[in-house]
Design a protein around this ligand. Structure first.
Ligand code: B12
Length: 201
């Protein structure tokens, strides 16, 4: 339904799957696979920007229904985690999934939204005494922002007290290290696991 851009009916279908006791994490996997296919079609020029926008809206409709049902098994301790999509990048679906998973794992999350400048991140890290910063970055052209944020934290004297984890399609562990991040995770479920390890819980 994501690939078919069925924005009007997807919420009802997700609801039906949940009523049939399908594991919400499996529903999420199916939705994400749909998004990957949309991305593939966009790359092949079978889909264009309009389809990308509609796919994003379709995912949101589905995710609104799924959100309250997503859980991660063990409960973590409630320490604030600051989450943001880097400056210049407006993609927020993956970030929002990560946030839902973190919240359901028992963490307090400060969501700074999309297109987030480094100053705002530094301010939030200080204000909330956060130990983990989770950055989402979906665009190759905005990846450098990760280094900019690391530098800004260094200037503020916070870098040593903060662990930075990054995620998003163009990244991998090697790039993450090159950009000065401490960790990388390929999806939200792994992200929660890594963040727990970074927080020592
Ligand atoms: C939907 C979409 C859009 C929507 C976004 C809607 C929204 N509200 O987010 C719209 C239409 C707005 C959009 C716009 C653009 N997009 Co776009 N978009 C996509 C698409 C199809 C899906 C992204 C998505 O939501 N995936 C589903 C989520 C669940 O996956 P995810 O984001 O990867 O997140 C998962 C993991 O990566 C991870 N994760 C993500 N963040 C984090 C953070 C942490 C800390 C951790 C641990 C994990 C983690 O966990 C998530 C869940 O498991 C991708 C293609 C793709 N397959 O990725 C292109 C894609 C990302 N877009 C692309 C492009 C080029 C653009 C535009 C520049 C297009 C244009 N010419 O204008 C603009 C950029 C606008 C901007 N300034 O941001 C390219 C990027 C290429 C590149 N490498 O730079 C892609 C890859 C498409 C392509 N193949 O060309 N896009």
């Amino acid at each position: 339904m994501i690939v078919e851009l069925d924005v009007d009916n997807i919420a009802k279908s997700v609801q039906q799957e949940l009523e049939k006791h399908v594991d919400p994490n499996d529903v999420l996997k199916a939705l994400t696979a749909g998004m990957d296919e949309v991305g593939r079609r966009y790359e092949q020029k079978e889909y264009f920007l309009t389809e990308l926008v509609l796919a994003g809206e379709t995912m949101k409709e589905a995710f609104d229904v799924l959100k309250p049902r997503l859980t991660v098994k063990e409960k973590g301790k409630r320490k604030p985690i600051v989450v943001a999509t880097v400056k210049g990048d407006n993609h927020d679906i993956g970030k929002n999934i990560l946030i839902t998973m973190l919240v359901s794992a028992g963490f307090e999350v400060i969501d700074l939204g999309v297109d987030c400048p480094s100053e705002k991140i530094v301010e939030a890290m200080r204000k909330h005494d956060a130990k983990v910063l989770a950055l989402s970055c979906l665009l190759t052209m905005t990846m450098r922002e990760i280094s900019v944020i690391g530098e800004a934290l260094k200037h503020a004297g916070l870098r040593d007290k903060v662990k930075i984890i990054v995620g998003g399609a163009p990244l991998n562990m090697e790039l993450a290290e090159e950009l000065g991040a401490d960790d990388y995770a390929a999806d939200a479920i792994d992200g929660v696991r890594h963040i727990k390890a970074l927080m020592g819980v």
